[in-house]
Ligand binder design. Sequence first.
Ligand code: ADP
Ligand code: TRP
Length: 321
Amino acid sequence: MRILSGLQPTGRLHLGNYFGMMQPSLQLQYEGEAYYFIADYHSLTSIQDAKALRENVRNLAIDFLACGLDPEKAVFFRQSDMPEHTELAWILSTVTPMPMLENCHSYKDKVANGFTPNHGLFAYPVLMAADILIYDSDRVPVGKDQKQHLEVTRDIATKINLAYGEGTLKVPEALIQEDTAVVAGLDGRKMSKSYDNTIGLFEDEKVLLKKVKRIVTDATPVEAPKPTEDSSILKLYKLVATNEEYDALVEDFKKGGRGYGDYKKQLFQKIWDFFAEARERRAQIVAQPGYVDDVLQAGATKARVVARRTLDRVRHAVGLG
Ligand code: ADP
Ligand code: TRP
């Protein structure tokens, strides 16, 4: 089984990215051949600052490795070291109907929010399809918001095969990772950079506490039982605590007698402890100059073998070269 996923280097990682995409990816690296990459071509659609982009790429690579990506197990690389993806994207774009892209939520939402779209943003799902199809991928662990992009990927692969023959591209089968949770943010909406409601994985201790204190709660008095439905504190606690600890906190909510401030401190401590090991690994990685570049270079060399093979197969099938 080949597993593939990518993350855009658009800012520091938050708990939504971790539990929605990274944790499932990290588990899957031991179950098959994993290909994980930093989608820097994609993030050019929103970041036009070379220094910021380079810093984001570096931080994302360090964070991913600190969280447990094992470069001996998984092929870890930078998308822009693989121009083969963009060539395949062009070929795919020639069978992609415009309405299919016009229908994509990610694009429609940005336009609805007053964002003037560039062509890159419009064509974004085609490049994503190329990222996936160029490695003959079977499984793509991503959060639910990426589901439509994965359907587009299957459609495009099917259209290529109809036009140029079965087997030109592998249509990924069990593609969608249904069990990833949607992580709630500080204001109860989906945690997202765009809502400024995130909790970062590697926040400074004081900043983390401050953020957790910002979680929106209701006006239930200290002595009274607290509602357990739709509580952001409980939802986040569930992600970082054991089942027993979570059940105990739910009981505590039902009993009443403690204020939200108390619960927030408890949540803060659990989040802090949950990432203690990753924090330590992060510090070790930062202390080794050249390590991250070496890992990414070695990853690109391995990825190229597979990507080149698929691209040559497709070029031949469509009549190029
Ligand atoms: P953001 O919404 O902060 O811009 P991205 O769109 O860059 O996050 O998401 C990167 C990955 O993390 C995707 O696979 C996405 O599905 C996942 N992800 C992001 N936010 C969440 C969330 N709140 N819950 C679950 N998964 C998420
Ligand atoms: N679109 C994905 C996101 O925003 C990132 C991405 C780009 C990706 N190419 C991919 C994810 C290929 C999985 C597979 O999160």
